[in-house]
Design a protein around this ligand. Structure first.
Ligand code: DGL
Length: 290
């Protein structure tokens, strides 16, 4: 039986204790789906809540103070409702600011997503690495520290894209953007001079891997694209262990939650279903400060 919670019904969390962990995967929007898919591969038996704070999207435009307050408030509500065993903050823009606050406030483990600068520095042959992220992530102290610690010998090109996360949302919702618009956001990643050229692009916003086939097709030359999602999934498995034998995930135990009632297109509904999220609920939480 499939229960559709979108039509104004209130979600009532399961009262029966579950033999498997509940994993809350959180992002400002749909980008965290790229992380969710990888976690699902390592723990197909788990119960999942995929939470998209679409009322706050895009996080890239929020100040650090507003973002921290917002994520703490949303997390308070979601953790109270769903009682997860672990939370994955599948958002670089949030993780680079709020992880310390979350760990201080809640006792459950949090796994974050931060720019994959260390693997990028290990992978590059030319030393020309581009970090493609939101405008907020590229100016974070956290990102600067990662570069100083792991990529001091590289020429790191920080590219803050204002529009790419929104393009990824549109793509999944069935309204793909033009090649021209995508290329405009992508082109600054590609640097070439007499010493060499970019050979690695670290996708440092979880939305961007949703566009990967298009980015690959539009790239001026081939590069290695780094998506940290598989590494995050391995970290989750390390913390919560391997699948419970013979436990089949029940699709009624896994759901997507949105914080705005803005409506979900038929295409998006299909995309969520294809990714293992047939249930959709709204937990209305308007963003009061911007
Ligand atoms: N998916 C988020 C990240 O990884 C960012 C998108 C946004 O600006 O909300 O940074």
């Amino acid at each position: 039986m499939r229960v559709d919670l979108l039509a104004g019904a209130t979600y009532n969390p399961a009262v029966m204790p579950s033999p498997v962990p509940t994993i809350l995967v959180f992002d400002s929007g749909l980008g965290g789906l790229t992380v969710f898919s990888e976690i699902l591969k390592v723990r197909p038996d788990a119960r999942y809540v995929y939470a998209a704070d679409d009322a706050g999207f895009p996080y890239g435009r929020l100040s650090e103070a507003v973002l921290a307050e917002r994520v703490l408030a949303v997390m308070e509500r979601l953790i109270g409702l769903h009682d997860p065993d672990i939370v994955v903050v599948a958002c670089n823009t949030a993780s680079t600011v709020v992880l310390p606050y979350l760990r201080e406030r809640f006792s459950i483990p949090f796994v974050g997503t931060v720019p994959a600068i260390k693997p990028a520095a290990r992978t590059t042959q030319t030393g020309y690495v581009s970090v493609l992220a939101t405008p907020a992530t590229v100016v974070r102290d956290y990102t600067r520290d990662l570069i100083e610690t792991y990529a001091a010998g590289c020429r790191v090109n920080l590219v803050g894209s204002r529009r790419l996360a929104g393009f990824a949302e549109a793509e999944l919702a069935g309204s793909p953007v033009s090649d021209e618009d995508l290329l405009e956001e992508l082109r600054p990643c590609f640097i070439e001079d007499s010493d060499g050229r970019t050979d690695v692009v670290a996708l440092s916003c979880t939305h961007y891997p949703l566009l990967l086939p298009r980015l690959q097709a539009l790239a001026p030359w081939p590069v290695t694209w780094i998506d940290p999602a598989p590494a995050i999934a391995r970290r989750v498995a390390q913390l919560i262990g391997l699948p419970v034998p013979r436990h089949e995930a029940d699709e009624n135990e896994t759901m997507a939650v949105f914080t705005s009632g803005a409506g979900i297109s038929v295409a998006l509904r299909g995309a969520l279903q294809d990714r293992g999220l047939p249930l959709v609920a709204v937990e209305d939480m308007p963003l009061l400060a911007g």
